[in-house]
Design a protein around this ligand. Structure first.
Ligand code: SF4
Length: 196
């Protein structure tokens, strides 16, 4: 499952301090690794103790060795680089886009996360909606980013990606009220509700 290209410029990611860091050890936002992604991570030197279920699970994070909170064990806090970048999991490739169920849990939604400072800045805001008590629906991306979002959407609704997501439904999160909905994904929804 590959979602490319990366929409946030690398230089922005390298100076950001949001991704790959987590306030709590059991953070809901820890990336989920599929069985294949776990095998690849092990080949890249990640210790198997970070995976509680080799068939697929969220990675176990480690205390930040020089600061507060927790880090993904694949994250190098000195260089701000991912040791798995070439084989990073789908969850990390997709971010700052996201997949979640709607409140009724009958439709999969394609969305973007305003906790990403780059995307938030592109929308013309400088504070995430959860800090300002504003409606995430009031945030809009510029046309160039919406075009890139559309390319990602086409990839998500392709047959091979749908098959992988049906095999790993945990990659679709519960509804998150603080992220910005782009559109529903009808083919993926249908496949998840009625797997072959
Ligand atoms: S796998 Fe890499 S990109 Fe994903 S959270 Fe860990 S360090 Fe970050």
């Amino acid at each position: 499952m590959m979602i490319k290209p990366q929409i946030v410029p690398s230089e922005e990611c390298l100076r950001c301090d949001v991704c790959c860091r987590f306030p709590e050890a059991n953070s809901f936002l820890r990336p989920y690794f599929t069985e294949k992604e776990i095998r690849q991570a092990l080949l890249y030197g990640i210790d198997p103790i970070h995976f509680s279920d080799q068939a697929g699970c969220q990675i176990a994070v480690v205390p930040h060795p020089a600061g507060e909170g927790f880090l993904c064990p694949a994250f190098n806090h000195e260089t701000h680089q991912c040791r798995l970048y070439q084989v990073r999991p789908f969850d990390c490739q997709l971010y700052p886009f996201a997949l979640m169920w709607n409140v009724e849990r009958d439709t999969v939604l394609f969305a973007w996360d305003p906790k990403c400072p780059y995307l938030l800045a592109q929308s013309g805001e400088d504070m995430p909606p959860m800090w300002l008590d504003i409606d995430p629906a009031s945030l809009a991306l510029p046309a160039s980013l919406l075009e890139q979002a559309h390319m990602v959407e086409l990839r998500l609704e392709s047959e091979d990606t749908i098959a992988s997501l049906v095999a790993h439904p945990r990659l679709i999160t519960d509804f998150q009220p603080d992220i910005v909905i782009l559109k529903p994904l009808p083919r993926l929804t249908a496949a998840l509700r009625d797997p072959l």
